[in-house]
Design a protein around this ligand. Structure first.
Ligand SMILES: [Zn+2]
Length: 125
């Protein structure tokens, strides 16, 4: 299925790490929601996210650096027919705190495609 998705990632402790072009980024204990899209199919993309999380794929996108961290775990994937930027705006509208430029380097509409929530985030799809 072609389309967009929201990854919900649980972070079990505070940590910071280098994230490609962004430099050092601090992550807080809580939940992160990432809006992404996959032209060649969500299943393929999500399978890749899971390989990154297991340390079996090279880090390429910003989100890879979060997923490859031991403190981070994918806990939910919500598929959507909406565009990734629409999902991103919805995450912002539901109170998510944007991590500036994270996953949105090639996006002119969004400040970020990754949002932080201190507690379990509201459903977006
Ligand atoms: Zn966007």
């Amino acid at each position: 299925m072609k389309g967009s998705y929201v990854l919900v990632v649980k972070v079990s402790q505070n940590f910071s790490r280098r994230v490609g072009s962004l430099g050092r980024v601090s992550f807080r204990k809580g939940y992160y929601c990432y809006a992404g899209s996959a032209k060649r199919g969500i299943e393929t993309r999500v399978a890749r996210h899971r390989r990154v999380a297991r340390g079996e794929a090279k880090l390429h996108w910003h989100i890879d650096y979060l997923l490859a961290s031991k403190a981070a775990k994918i806990i939910k994937v919500s598929k959507s027919k909406k565009g990734e930027c629409t999902l991103s705006q919805m995450l912002l509208g539901k109170g998510g705190l944007p991590l500036r430029d994270f996953g949105s380097s090639d996006c002119s509409r969004c400040l970020s495609h990754l949002y932080f929530y201190p507690s379990y985030p509201p459903a977006i799809q």
